[in-house]
Design a binder for this molecule. Sequence first.
Ligand code: ZN
Ligand code: ZN
Length: 99
Amino acid sequence: MKAMLTIRPNCENCDQDLPYNSTEAMICTYECTFCRECAKDILKNVCPNCGGGFTPRPVRPKEQLAKHPASAVRVLKPVNTTEHQKVLLRYENILPKNR
Ligand SMILES: [Zn+2]
Ligand SMILES: [Zn+2]
């Protein structure tokens, strides 16, 4: 089976719903999923899990969802802001492509 993008149903930080066709969903290279506000305002475009940047999650066409459904598993791991400050010190001022 081909590896495919896991479409998680919520923001890992604030738990708001991010359905498969949400234009607010942002992902890192490991599919850590956050809403746009959390990714930008709280995380400053630094993934707390891997240090990478975020990109908008592509919408999977409805027809494809029948074969490859979105995940129903909610991942919730609110960001520890003290810990994230350390991650930010390391990565915030480096463009994702140069991290
Ligand atoms: Zn959020
Ligand atoms: Zn990540």
